[in-house]
Design a binder for this molecule. Structure first.
Ligand SMILES: [Zn+2]
Ligand SMILES: [Zn+2]
Length: 74
């Protein structure tokens, strides 16, 4: 059985986990264990190719962010 790396409780059907694509660490797909907002978690869940990296891995890789720049000023 897989355990959450954050709270050390089991990953279950009712509390599914997210696996880090870099270190394969698993944490619950919850706000408390991933530090993501519920919106971000929902987006990950609905994504075709789920790619998520844990806090530690994000820290060691250069974080790329997408900036959305509107073409017109309001
Ligand atoms: Zn957890
Ligand atoms: Zn990781």
């Amino acid at each position: 059985m897989n355990k959450c790396d954050c709270c050390e409780k089991l990953i279950t059907k009712r509390r599914p986990g997210l696996e880090c694509s870099k270190c394969e660490k698993i944490v619950h797909a919850s706000q408390a264990c991933t530090n993501l907002s519920t919106k971000q978690i929902a987006a990950l869940r609905n994504a075709d190719s789920l790619e998520w990296t844990c806090k530690e891995c994000q820290r060691y890789t250069s974080i790329r962010r997408s900036y959305i720049i509107p073409e017109e000023e309001e």
